[in-house]
Design a binder for this molecule. Sequence first.
Ligand SMILES: NC(=O)c1ccc[n+]([C@@H]2O[C@H](COP(=O)([O-])OP(=O)(O)OC[C@H]3O[C@@H](n4cnc5c(N)ncnc54)[C@H](O)[C@@H]3O)[C@@H](O)[C@H]2O)c1
Length: 442
Amino acid sequence: MGAVTSTFIAGVELFKKGLGSPVGSLTQLQTIRLGKRYENRNPLIKDFVPLASLSDLVFGGWDLFPDTVYEAAIKAGVLDKHQLEPVKKELEAVKPMTAVSDTAYIKNLKPTHFKKAKTKWELAQAVIADIESFKKKNGCDRVVMLWCGSTEVLPERASIHESLDMFEKGLKENHPMIPPSMIYAYAAISLGMAYGNGAPNLSCDVPALIELAEKTGAPIMGKDFKTGQTLMKTTIAPMLKARMLALTGWYSTNILGNRDGEVLDDPGSFKTKEKSKMSVLDSILEPELYKELYGHYHHKVRIDYYPPRGDAKEGWDNIDIRGWLDMPMQIKINFLCRDSILAAPIVLDLVLFLDLAKRAGLKGIQEWLSFYFKSPQCREDLKPVHDLFIQHLKLQNTLRLLMGEEVLDHSGLDYYDPERGTASPAAPPKPAKSKKQLTTAR
Ligand SMILES: NC(=O)c1ccc[n+]([C@@H]2O[C@H](COP(=O)([O-])OP(=O)(O)OC[C@H]3O[C@@H](n4cnc5c(N)ncnc54)[C@H](O)[C@@H]3O)[C@@H](O)[C@H]2O)c1
């Protein structure tokens, strides 16, 4: 219930009252092209797939501190008091449940609002009880859990992460390599709920919890919301690669002054974040295939906690590139962004899409939601896809598939030579077979 969560909830409560606009949200604003270009079928995504409506959403959560969402929003300082005023009552009503806390995993905070239990197993059962009572109290048909808590120190991978049996044994024996974010994930997934992870924490990205998700039919996805600098990186790097421009070095630094920045000031938490931020370039540029262009570039990522900036993060990127005859050039990016303003629409889209995935019977890792993550979870034997535009195509094509529409490959040859295409230009669109099924399951 920190900056991201309070900004997200405040936004949705404002939209419910017809105030403000959900800028940045695909589920609310984006259209999707269906069929051939001349068919002119471009519905809004929210009209194409049966998503839950904003007016049906209710919110709950846990925090290490007892502040209501209103107090948290005021402290986070992302939105002004006057912007929050119309929804003050709604935000004050959302009080955090006591958290699962472990100060070994978050060093720079001093929690005051947490559960006491003998074992991690008991803590997981307490979270399960919280979810069930929240559901009952609010009359919810369905629930989705999204981790928007702080970045934890990365646990060492241990044998208890490898199978569900071992993990449950680890919970009962208080194994030190089970951080709080894994306990929440275990609780949600064991109830078959969709679970997403907005931090770089391992959380549900271990074989034991993937096994549990397959077993209970829970859709899961992580890690780490892709917002500021990495959003830029995964936009610019595919361009360099598409144009076969060489990279000599990429230096990224940013300053931020919110609680996230304070937590990341601890070297353990920073290491977790750094790992998540560093992996993207290699995966996009594939130095193993393009040794000459990308085999030796220097990549540096820095984050500095600088309180005066609050949530208004500033990022600088200096990119040294080479062109024809290896001539050096530079690109500079200075992104004056607002962290939680970029993250809030991602939270909304993930809640709605993960809920859709659950109703559509999709379980386990939801790679089609990679679009939203810095360090997208995928099968262990696959490389994650980081290129923002491939991720976007993957997301839209998955929606088309779910609704029985033609998947677009964008080759476009059949516009000019019908024999080359899979469908004739005059072919009518296929009936949306699964639409009825999804709608009735709502
Ligand atoms: N643009 C972004 O803001 C962005 C982008 C990518 C990832 N993230 C990640 O999202 C997370 C949230 O970011 P934020 O800016 O809202 O941070 P924040 O510090 O404002 O909020 C995090 C909240 O989590 C609480 N918390 C920590 N451990 C907890 C636990 N075990 N149980 C319950 N509550 C716990 C903290 O008390 C705090 O209120 C961070 O991990 C951050 O790295 C944010």
